[in-house]
Design a protein around this ligand. Structure first.
Ligand SMILES: Nc1ncnc2c1ncn2[C@@H]1O[C@H](COP(=O)(O)OP(=O)(O)OP(=O)(O)O)[C@@H](O)[C@H]1O
Ligand SMILES: [Mg+2]
Length: 508
């Protein structure tokens, strides 16, 4: 089943064969006594946490301890107290009468819990006193060192191997007032033989800075591992495999979805969820409808997600908004963007810099959006952008008609599938709704009476005006045809006499 609200694992986990292979090699090295460090770098929601969860499910003989720097009030050394508590909970599981993390958080009698733990007294004195102090000691550099060291000492005493996974690790670089904690972290971890470290985060630039720049205390300690969108075949497989029972998405349709939005697993889950919420069987029109509902509508789940991403990056700056919008059409040079903004190229370069992870440099020195779906969404919400979906997922005729009407100031939408309506598109302008049946064909057009009556009845029921839009297969010209000026016989014949010269005038 599609799921988009939590990290996935087990059967719900797809793709990532090469990433898992690398992580499994990392665990194998740890078993053999070589503790390594890996940095997982990837955009928001790409599946970093899922990878860690799946690794922890697969590597049963090592304890994978996961923490997120944002679980503590302010990203700070406190996160290492949390690491220590979770390691104790995990390595003493079965012996501890209850979770030490919870006992500490609820200020319960930690000593009582420990005294009731079989085997606790047999641990080395240094380990025991550190564990006891977890509930009361203030976080100082000295205590942080003990916390940082505890997993290794405990693993040693119990002859275990541990992987510590710290998410949003880059946040530790900005702990504010106090001196940089990272040299302390590095110097402690460096002596560990039984604990491997996986750090991850969505701040690509910050995390890269932290682990791969020369001046960083972590320089050359981490292997970098980039997590990106799924390749086409894996993306299709995800859509096909996660369908609820009896609600199959055919591979050909899954391919259409992937062609439209790419392989970001979170996006695919959202579209899959929406598509299979309707009744099967599914066809092209359902794909259009699902994408419209998820991405190309103000309240769509992916649209709302992108809106948040956008607001975080842009804030109130019209320049940042403009710079982002300039990249929505594809890679651009600083000078191209600066022309669009009417700003100097020096300023423009700084704006592009401030857009951070949303933007990346191409090999030829241009800038481009990191996420092409953000580009689609940005283009869609421009004035006249409502024809973008028809260009992306419609056929050529729909695209022509939508573009034509968008220029006249209409907002285009697909007719909702739930209504199983007779029309292809709806064009909205002010209080007017114009329903359209789109045909790629030369005049005259012919319709069966039943199909024609369905359109007339739909329009009547909803109070819509309606036309047939014909796109000439030879020259691409768009003609709108008045359903009131047709010849009715055994079939309906729509010829030159029905051509509407000015749609806007005709509508008034
Ligand atoms: N391997 C996968 N197989 C199937 N779906 C996945 C996979 N990875 C991620 N997803 C989908 O993406 C969503 C986000 O995944 P996850 O929470 O692991 O990403 P993340 O990179 O840790 O996100 P964040 O930036 O919020 O920390 C999941 O809820 C799931 O819908
Ligand atoms: Mg995560």
């Amino acid at each position: 089943m599609f799921q988009s609200s939590q990290p996935v694992h087990g059967d719900a986990f797809h793709d990532r064969a090469s990433e898992l292979a690398r992580l499994e090699a990392f665990v194998a090295a740890l078993r053999a006594g070589a503790a390594r460090w890996i940095a997982l770098i990837g955009p928001r929601k790409i599946g970093k946490t899922s990878l860690i969860v799946e690794l922890s499910r697969r590597a049963t003989d090592v304890a994978v301890i996961a923490v997120d720097t944002q679980e503590v009030a302010q990203p700070s050394l406190e996160v290492f107290r949390l690491c220590a508590l979770r390691t104790v909970d995990r390595l003493l599981a079965g012996a501890l009468p209850r979770s030490l993390e919870i006992a500490v958080a609820s200020q319960d009698d930690v000593d009582g819990v420990l005294d009731a733990t079989p085997g606790f007294a047999a641990l080395p004195e240094r380990v025991r006193s550190t564990i006891r102090a977890l509930g009361r000691a203030e976080m100082t550099d000295d205590f942080a060192r003990l916390c940082l060291d505890l997993p290794e000492r405990l693993a040693e005493a119990l002859e275990r191997r541990v992987v510590i996974a710290i998410d949003e690790f880059q946040e530790l670089a900005t702990t504010g007032k106090r001196a940089d904690p990272l040299p302390l972290v590095r110097s402690t971890w460096q002596r560990h033989k039984r604990v491997g470290y996986v750090v991850s985060g969505s701040g690509r630039t910050m995390l890269e800075e932290l682990v791969a720049r020369k001046h960083s205390p972590f320089f050359q300690h981490f292997d970098l591992m980039y997590v990106g969108p799924f390749a086409e075949a894996d993306a299709i497989e995800l859509l096909v495999a996660e369908c609820p029972p009896g609600r199959r998405i055919p591979a050909a349709l899954a391919r259409r979805v992937v062609a439209a939005i790419g392989g970001h697993p979170f996006y695919l889950q959202l579209v899959g969820e929406t598509l299979t919420a309707g009744d099967p069987p599914y066809d092209e029109a359902d794909v259009k409808d699902a994408l419209q509902r998820v991405l190309f509508s103000r309240m769509g789940r992916l649209a709302l997600y992108l809106q948040l991403v956008y607001e975080r990056a842009v804030g109130r700056s019209a320049y940042l908004a403009g710079a982002l919008d300039a990249l929505a059409d594809g890679p651009a040079r600083v000078t191209d963007v600066s022309k669009r903004l009417g700003a100097s190229s020096g300023d423009t370069a700084r704006y592009l810099e401030r857009l951070g992870d949303l933007v990346r440099r191409t090999d030829d020195g241009r800038y481009q959006l990191d996420d092409p779906v953000l580009g689609l969404w940005l283009r869609w919400r421009r004035p006249g952008g409502s024809a973008v979906p028809m260009g992306l997922i419609g056929d050529a005729a729909e695209k022509e008609v939508a573009t034509h009407l968008a220029r006249l100031g209409f907002e285009l939408v697909y007719q909702a599938r739930a209504s199983r309506g007779a029309f292809d598109l709806l064009a909205l302008r002010g209080t007017t709704t114009l329903a359209l049946q789109v045909k790629r064909s030369a005049l005259p057009l012919r319709f069966e009476r039943a199909a024609w009556q369905r359109m007339a009845a739909d329009a009547d029921r909803f109070g819509w005006r309606w036309v047939v839009a014909a796109v000439d297969p030879d020259d691409g010209a768009v003609r709108f045809l008045d359903p009131g000026a047709v010849r009715r016989g055994k079939e309906i014949r729509v010829g030159d006499a029905a051509v509407i010269e000015h749609v806007l005038e005709w509508l008034t």
